[in-house]
Design a protein around this ligand. Structure first.
Ligand code: ADP
Ligand code: ZN
Ligand code: MG
Length: 475
């Protein structure tokens, strides 16, 4: 019996607002515990929440970018449960009237494309954080995160493999970063995912019983956990067992998912409309203002890079993976760089250097105009392609222009025939044995001679002239 996989994702994205959802506390990550709290977000009695308009704008912007219907009327609800990181005893969320419904994200895989439909996007507040590795046997609570705005994006069960799930998340991450609503930092938990998964006999209409794998914060975990669940569920069904609907956790150390709680233990959250908050009514003209401010989305830009600059798909993929890289590239092209050549330097040397330094392209000293300046020096023969790598690295380190570096370090390519000729003669005189062998037909020794000349000239000799002269002398 063949089985097929059905997956639906619930993604939590922390909004990059300055302040929390219902109070003026900072929403910044990584501060000293409990330094970003006030009576509202620690749930003191008698306080009233005030909505953060920016958070609503960000969810609407996301909804528009993901082709959703934006609700002109939505409402906040209380989701009631007890946990030490939730002093109020309820989380403010949205239930029957979310801000956005419908919509889709298009993913590309194996040359094809597929639309993953969205069910809804709603806005809620985050809870605090319990810390169990504190002093002795005590557990500690940090409420800095309590009340930070989160948006939850729920997909329809349209995803058919772990690869598709990761592709979806990558695409979504690129979009939320591009439109500036979430930094997409998965290690810090700005983007995390609950994955629902079931298997069913191939061709069967009805869905199988699903499990939900909670709170994964890396693409690799999502893929591995889903792979594991497919194997576990399929094996169970093959043995004639039933799948239990439950919540599971990915154990990265053991490489397995483990049961956390079953459906029977699931909470009844007693949702009801929050009486402290007014319903949200959105003004049509405000929506239009938000829509107009949405920048070109990554997949649109990717398609444009392919058609406008005739770049291979792979080049377009990496260049548009983040907005800053795409802009750096385009700026260099605007300044006269050949698109494919600029792409090669951006994806090759520049990416390598940034990666080594663990640095973002925004903080890069090497500006697009410096690359273009260097490419001109290659084109007019001032420096060789080989020397260019050295110059590029120096530009990257110092933030200085190629011309200055070339002058200062004496990297100008030697193109005068007399000068190179002298070195060529020297090399041939020094290696009479190799010259004999070359003349006897060992053609590959040409590489050896070129190498010797380049070594003596510290890589500065014009390779075309070196080859010419060697061939003439050895001819
Ligand atoms: P629940 O009632 O358990 O919260 P929902 O119907 O609200 O389930 O769906 C939650 C998520 O699970 C959605 O992303 C949805 O697409 C997905 N989902 C629902 N049923 C299945 C299933 N049988 N297999 C895989 N995913 C599913
Ligand atoms: Zn607060
Ligand atoms: Mg549900």
């Amino acid at each position: 019996m063949q089985y097929e996989t059905v997956i639906g994702l619930e993604i939590h994205a922390q909004l990059s607002t300055e302040t929390k959802m219902f109070c003026g506390c900072s929403a910044k990550f990584g501060s000293e515990p409990n330094t970003q709290t006030c009576p509202v977000c620690i749930g003191m009695p008698g306080v009233l929440p005030v909505m953060n308009k920016k958070a609503i704008e960000y969810v609407v912007r996301t909804g528009l970018a993901l082709n959703c219907n934006i609700s002109s009327y939505s409402r906040f609800a209380r989701k009631n449960y007890f946990y030490p990181d939730l002093p109020k005893g309820y989380q403010i969320s949205q239930y029957e009237l979310p801000l956005c419904e419908g919509g889709y994200v298009e993913i590309n895989l194996n040359g094809g494309s597929k639309k993953i439909r969205l069910t809804r996007i709603h806005l809620e507040e985050d809870a605090g954080k319990n810390i169990h590795d504190g002093a002795g046997s005590e557990s500690l609570v940090d409420l800095n995160r309590a009340g930070v705005p989160l948006m939850e994006i729920v997909t329809e069960p349209d995803i058919s493999s772990p690869r598709e799930a990761v592709e979806f998340m990558k695409r979504l991450r690129a979009i939320v970063r591009c439109i500036g609503v979430c930094d997409g930092n998965m290690e810090q938990g700005s983007l995390r995912c609950d994955a629902n998964i079931s298997v069913r006999p191939a061709g069967q209409e009805e869905f199988g019983v699903k499990t939900e794998i909670k709170n994964m914060n890396s693409f690799r975990f999502v893929e591995k956990a889903l792979d594991y669940e497919i194997r576990r569920q399929t094996a169970a069904l093959r043995e004639g067992k039933r799948i239990i609907q439950e919540t599971r956790l990915w154990n990265a150390d053991r490489g397995i998912t483990e049961s956390m709680r079953s459906k029977e233990e699931a909470h009844d959250y007693r949702y009801f409309p929050d009486p402290d908050l007014m319903p949200v009514e959105l003004d049509g003209s405000w929506l239009e203002t938000i829509r107009e401010a949405i920048p070109e989305l990554p997949h649109v830009r990717r398609a444009r890079f392919i058609s406008q600059y005739h770049l291979p798909e792979q080049d377009a993929d990496t260049l548009t993976a983040d907005m800053a890289t795409a802009e750096w590239f385009e700026e260099a092209v605007r300044l006269g760089g050949d698109p494919k050549v600029v792409s090669n330097w951006t994806r090759g040397e520049l990416a390598r250097l940034l990666n080594e330094d663990n640095r973002q392209i925004e903080d890069c000293l090497l500006k697009p105009e410096y690359l273009v300046g260097m490419l001109k020096l290659i084109d007019n023969g001032t420096i060789s392609g080989k020397i260019a790598k050295t110059v590029f690295e120096e530009m990257y380190k110092t933030g200085r222009e190629a011309g200055d570096i070339v002058k200062e370090k004496g990297l100008v390519q030697i193109s005068d025939e007399a000068g190179i000729g002298a070195v060529v003669d020297e090399v041939l005189d020094k290696h009479p044995e190799e010259v004999k062998r070359y003349r006897a037909g060992e053609a590959k020794l040409m590489g050896f001679f070129v190498g010797q000349v380049m070594k003596k000239t510290k890589g500065k000799a014009n390779p075309r002239i070196v080859n010419e002269l060697l061939r003439k002398r050895l001819g």
